[in-house]
Ligand binder design. Structure first.
Ligand code: SIN
Ligand code: FE2
Length: 210
């Protein structure tokens, strides 16, 4: 597979996760946020429940051919927003970032959009609902700082944490593609990018190998 993006050589590597600090400058962050506004009108944030019925603290929606959802039936990709409409397309600027970071011609199928208010967190998990793990996962941080925990492919392995800042990009590829990770804490108000002082994380994923 062609995979020759700048992410191969740049940034700090923590447990196989490549941290591209300040990949987006302030203007680029604001431009991506502006691109997201119509997406969030077409596909409003939802508060998903876990398969066990527990409401998540993170609000979610998606752009792209497929969106990631969670409800009592489980975690999965779906072609429609829970309201029954197709997900809006991934904004071109976000697709350009994917190409720049990964060097891949193949576009991601899903841009998961997570919104964290000050008290929100994301438990330790693996991204494993996709049909092909050979592609990288690219994650973009916008807004408030987040304490990101990174582990190994076994849940029992030790973890290391780093604060992610607005404009940082994280690449999970190779052994880190299936590594456990999560967000323990948000420093609410640590960025003024989002008017509510919260954080948006975008996760770009190839879902099917076709
Ligand atoms: C995720 O793993 O789904 C989100 C990671 C993040 O918010 O930085
Ligand atoms: Fe994840």
């Amino acid at each position: 597979m062609k995979f020759s993006g700048r992410n191969q050589t740049e940034g700090e590597v923590v447990r196989g996760f490549r941290l591209l600090r300040g990949w987006l400058d302030a203007d680029e962050q604001a431009a991506i946020l502006a691109d997201l506004r119509p997406v969030l009108v077409a596909a409003p944030f939802q508060r998903p429940v876990t398969p066990g019925g527990k409401p998540m603290s993170v609000r979610m929606t998606s752009a792209g051919r497929l969106g990631w959802i969670s409800d009592r039936r489980g975690y999965r990709y779906a072609a429609l927003h829970p309201s029954g409409t197709p997900w809006p397309p991934i904004p071109p600027r976000i697709l350009a970032l994917w190409r720049d970071v990964t060097g891949l011609e193949r576009a991601p199928d899903c841009c998961l959009i997570n919104h964290y208010a000050a008290g929100a967190r994301m438990g330790l998990h693996q991204d494993r609902d996709e049909g092909d793990f050979s592609f990288p996962v690219v994650s973009i941080s916008l807004g408030a700082e987040a304490l990101f925990r990174m582990g190994g492919t076994e849940r029992s392995e030790g973890t290391e944490s780093r604060w992610l800042h607005s404009g940082d990009v994280v690449v999970m590829h190779g052994p880190a593609r299936l590594a456990w990770h999560g967000v323990d804490r948000i420093r609410g108000g640590s960025s003024t990018l989002l008017s509510d002082g919260g954080r948006i994380n975008l996760t770009l994923r190839v879902v099917t190998s076709a």
